[in-house]
Design a protein around this ligand. Structure first.
Ligand code: NAI
Length: 330
C-alpha cells in the first residue's frame, strides 16, 4: 500500500524503513505536519500515517475523504487530535498503536521525578561550572512518599510497578481501576482525595473533554503545599496559566512536563535560532523547579521498533480486509 507520512523525522524514516523490509509497502515521508494549511498537498494515496500534533479536524477529514483517504494510521497511542465522530460518519478507519512500550513513558516519568526531587538538572549545570556547593539542592525521597497516579492504564500501571520498588505509598484514581494495580497494593481514591494526599502527582489519563484542564485553580487548591506534578500524558490536561500562578506563589514545589498545551508550535523542531513568542512557555522555563522535555517520553529504540511494527501491521490488515485490531472508537 502507498502510505504518506506526515510530521516525519529522520528517526521515523530509519525505523519504518527497517521494519518495512518485511512488509514492502511504499512509504513516502513528508516533514511538514498535516493540518488545514497542508491538507491540499495530499494526493494519490488512500492511507496516511500521522503523529501527535497533526490536526485531523472535521474539515481536514472531509477533504481527505474527497481525496480518497480511507485509512488513517496514528503512529502513537493518544488520538485526541482526530475528530473521530466525523471520521466515523465518513467511513474513514482510524487505527493507532495502543501499547508500544508503556515502560518507555513510565521510565521517563521516573526520570523527571528523580531529577526534580534531587535537583539533578541544576546539579549538572553547577558541576560544569565548578560550583560544588550543595546549598539549594536538598532533596526528598520517593521511599515512603505518597505518589498519586491519575489514570492506571498501561503506562500508569507500569509506573506503579516501578514505584513499588522505591517503597512509595501509591494511591490512584481511575474510573476503571486496574486489577494489576490492586494486586500491587495501590489504593484507589477519588480525584479530590488524591489531590489532598499526594506528595507527587503523575498524570497518565488520556486527553478528553472530561480531563481537559483537570489540573486547574480548583484542583491545585486541594493539593499539598510543595506538591510535585508530573505530566507525561497530554499538555491540555493541565491549565498552564493556573499552574504558573501556583508556581509563583510557591504552592507547587516541582513541575515536570514532557507535554505542553501549545506544543505543536514548538516541539519536534530545532528553534534554537528563533525568538519564541509563546510567553507562557517562556515563563515556565524561568522557574528553577520546572523541568521540561519536548515530548520524548516514548522515544526509545524498543518503542520506535514496536510503533513501526504495529502501524505497518495495522495497515496490512486493513489492506487485506482482516478485522481491525487497533481501531479508535468514539
Ligand atoms: P490507557 O488507555 O492504557 O490508560 C488510560 C487510563 O486513564 C485508563 O485506565 C482510563 O480509564 C483512565 N482515565 C480516563 N479518564 C480518566 C479520568 N478522568 N481520571 C483518571 N483516569 C482516567 O493509556 P496509556 O497507554 O496508559 O496512555 C495514557 C496517555 O499517555 C495517552 O492517552 C497519551 O495521551 C499519553 N502518552 C504520552 C506519551 C509521551 O511520549 N509523552 C506516549 C504515549 C502515551
Amino acid at each position: 500500500m502507498k502510505i504518506n507520512f506526515f510530521s516525519s523525522q529522520p528517526y521515523d524514516i530509519t525505523f519504518f524503513e527497517q521494519v518495512n523490509n518485511h512488509y514492502q509497502h511504499e512509504l513516502i515521508f513528508h516533514e511538514y505536519p498535516l493540518n488545514e494549511d497542508t491538507v491540499d498537498l495530499v494526493k494519490d494515496t488512500s492511507c496516511i500515517c500521522v503523529f501527535v500534533n497533526d490536526k485531523l479536524t472535521a474539515s481536514v477529514l472531509e477533504k481527505l475523504f474527497k481525496k480518497g483517504i480511507r485509512l488513517i494510521a496514528l503512529r502513537c497511542a493518544g488520538f485526541n487530535n482526530v475528530d473521530l465522530i466525523t471520521a466515523d460518519k465518513l467511513g474513514i478507519t482510524v487505527v493507532r498503536v495502543p501499547a508500544y512500550s508503556p515502560e518507555s513513558v513510565a521510565e521517563h516519568t521516573i526520570g523527571l521525578m528523580l531529577s526534580l526531587s534531587r535537583h539533578i538538572h541544576r546539579a549538572y549545570n553547577r558541576v560544569r561550572e565548578s560550583n560544588f556547593s550543595l546549598n539549594g539542592l536538598l532533596g526528598f525521597e520517593l521511599h515512603h512518599a505518597t505518589v498519586g497516579i491519575i489514570g492506571t492504564g498501561q503506562i500508569g500501571t507500569a509506573l506503579a510497578k516501578i514505584l513499588k520498588g522505591f517503597g512509595s505509598h501509591i494511591i490512584a484514581c481511575d474510573p476503571k481501576p486496574s486489577d494489576e494495580c490492586i494486586l500491587l497494593g495501590v489504593d484507589y481514591v477519588d480525584f479530590k482525595t488524591l489531590c489532598q494526599k499526594a506528595d507527587v502527582i503523575s498524570l497518565h489519563c488520556p486527553l478528553t473533554p472530561e480531563t481537559q484542564h483537570l489540573i486547574n485553580h480548583k484542583s491545585l487548591n486541594d493539593m499539598k503545599q510543595g506538591v510535585m506534578i508530573i505530566n507525561t500524558s497530554r499538555g491540555a490536561v493541565i491549565d498552564t496559566e493556573a499552574v504558573i500562578n501556583s508556581l509563583k506563589n510557591k504552592h507547587i514545589g516541582y513541575l515536570g512536563l514532557d507535554v505542553y498545551e501549545q506544543e505543536e508550535n514548538l516541539f519536534f523542531q530545532d528553534l534554537s535560532d528563533q525568538i519564541i513568542s509563546d510567553d507562557l512557555f517562556e515563563r515556565l522555563l524561568t522557574f528553577p523547579n520546572v523541568l521540561i522535555t519536548g515530548h520524548q517520553a516514548f522515544f526509545t529504540k524498543q518503542a520506535l521498533t514496536n510503533i513501526a511494527k504495529t502501524t505497518l501491521t495495522n495497515i496490512q490488515r486493513f489492506e487485506n480486509n482482516i478485522e481491525c485490531l487497533h481501531c479508535c472508537h468514539i
